[in-house]
Design a protein around this ligand. Structure first.
Ligand code: PMP
Length: 495
């Protein structure tokens, strides 16, 4: 305990105020395997943060460790800039093996700096060079990284102007309709911005999007919308960049998330899981965009041999063991269990996700957006199978998502933070995200077992229950009933 406290004390005294995860998760990991992390104090945690979605195979998977050891034992150089090596050759072969058809046979890969944000910078630079245009189309709620100005400060002409377009979302649809209709309106807005000569937006160099927004709050784009974006960009010769930094390598239930819609992007930005837990990022693009002069995009750390070996092992394992299919099945089962939980607790406004990328948006249980009337406390009756939870609020279905009349309830970041804290107390690590930091996110490794998934959901349910009861506007006599029901479910599973 003293070791843990000392390290944490020194961390807060010495590290930047910009530190993030370390604030919400005051633990000192010393050992890890698969889903489990062990702290210096001997406590064990189920890790559903997975290095912000990096650890497709969990911590220290044997095939990853073996691949790293093999390179170390072989005497191969660990740092070689962008020189060719057998390790790199094998990585590219395995990576190209996984690419969506249409890109695989005409792909070029650029090894950029080792972070996702480096690959984004490279991709933006690439499409600007290839088109001779400068502006970029991006979407509300998008997250593509944190570098700003490195290129501009290096004397490059890099004042990228970004036009932000609506990303389709059901729960907080900017058009108030959600579903296919909301997505259609979002697509039309994009079209009109491009075609209206007075929109103020010049013909752009590219469009960048996440097939499922991660940091934006786990928002999967409808496949039809993604296909529309592909048509709209193709018809206007605008390169489409898919940022698969977080969604890639099986996470969403397909090897690459664009496969759900059958869309082939012109450029893909990849990082996180492709390095098998070590830093690695690449841009993959169609050969006709490869207009770069030698040295047009460089970087010292483009040749991390250990990351490439770990990445090759990870890509091959996910492919051979069909882990994307596993993510699809287990993810939809976990999502449906989370939806059951949302039926019990009014403070869960929405549950959404794709594959093993799941989110639960916490909302103010007692108030409506835009100001609710007195007596607005209570739970939703809409999703209550037992009929014993009927509350004062009338909830309605909007495109499959539960909303109270008058729109979604206000986001509740304090409840999300409380759930994260209560999860940690119960030995479960979860991530927060979303526009208002009100989305509790689960990104378990694709190797998570059924039993582990049940343990994760049990701990999460207990945490939500504890937060709901301590934040309830008044004592809720239904709490013990809920608990009994869930304990019964658990006993059934155990039996
Ligand atoms: N793109 C997406 C979709 C991401 O989720 C992230 C990181 N969360 C990035 C880019 C940036 O990656 P990095 O933090 O490695 O720079």
């Amino acid at each position: 305990m003293a070791v843990t406290e000392g390290i944490l004390r020194r961390q807060s005294a010495r590290e930047s105020a910009a530190r993030t995860y370390a604030r919400a998760l005051p633990i000192v990991p010393v050992r890890a395997r698969g889903l489990t992390i062990e702290g210096a104090d001997g406590r064990r945690y189920l890790d559903c943060l997975s290095g912000a979605g990096t650890l497709a195979l969990g911590h220290n998977h044997p095939v990853v460790l073996e691949a790293i050891r093999k390179v170390l034992d072989s005497g191969a150089p660990l740092h070689v800039l962008d020189l060719a090596t057998p390790v790199k050759d094998a990585f590219i072969t395995e990576l190209f093996h996984t690419l969506p058809p249409g890109l695989a046979d005409r792909a070029r890969v650029q090894f950029c700096g080792p972070a996702g944000t480096d690959a984004v910078e490279a991709a933006l630079k690439l499409v600007r060079a290839a088109t001779g245009r400068s502006g970029i189309l991006a979407f509300t709620g998008a997250y593509h990284g944190m570098t700003a100005g490195a290129l501009a400060a290096s004397g490059g002409a890099c004042d990228v102007s970004v036009t932000r377009l609506p990303y389709p979302q059901d729960y907080r649809c900017p058009f108030g309709v959600g579903g296919e209709r909301g997505a259609e309106l979002a697509a039309r807005w994009t079209e009109s911005v491009l075609d209206d000569p007075k929109s103020g937006v010049r013909h752009p160099a590219g469009m960048i999007l996440e097939p499922v927004q991660g940091e934006g709050g786990v928002i999967p784009a409808p496949d039809t919308w993604l296909r529309r974006m592909r048509q709209i960009t193709a018809a206007r010769s605008i390169p489409l960049i898919a940022d698969e930094v977080q969604t890639g390598v099986g996470r969403t239930g397909a090897f690459w998330a664009v496969e759900h819609s059958g869309v082939t992007p012109d450029v893909m930005v990849l990082s996180k899981a492709i390095g098998g837990s070590l830093p690695l990022a690449v841009v993959v693009y169609r050969d006709d965009l490869d207009v770069w002069e030698p040295g047009a995009h460089a970087g010292t750390f483009r040749g991390n041999q250990l990351a490439m070996a770990a990445g090759t092992a990870t890509l091959a394992y996910v492919r051979r063991h069909h882990l994307s299919e596993r993510a699809a099945t287990l993810g939809s089962r976990m999502l449906s269990q989370l939806r059951d939980l949302a039926g019990e607790f009014a403070c869960i406004g929405d549950v959404r996700g794709r594959g093993l990328m799941m989110g639960m948006e916490m909302v103010a249980a007692g108030a409506r957006a835009g100001g609710g009337s007195a007596g607005d406390s209570g739970s939703s009756g809409a999703a209550d199978p037992g009929g014993d939870l009927a509350g004062d609020l009338v909830d309605v279905e909007v495109a499959g998502a539960r909303q109270s009349m008058g729109g979604p309830r206000p986001a509740a970041p304090e409840l999300a933070a409380a759930v994260q804290r209560e999860c940690l107390r119960r030995g479960l690590i979860v991530e927060l995200g979303g526009r208002h930091s009100s989305v509790v996110r689960l990104l378990p490794p694709l190797t998570i077992t059924d039993e582990q998934a049940s343990a994760v959901l049990d701990r999460l349910a207990d945490a939500v229950e504890s937060v709901a009861s301590s934040h309830a506007p008044h004592d809720d006599p239904r709490q013990p009933q809920r608990r009994r029901r869930r304990q019964g479910d658990r006993a059934e599973r155990a039996g």
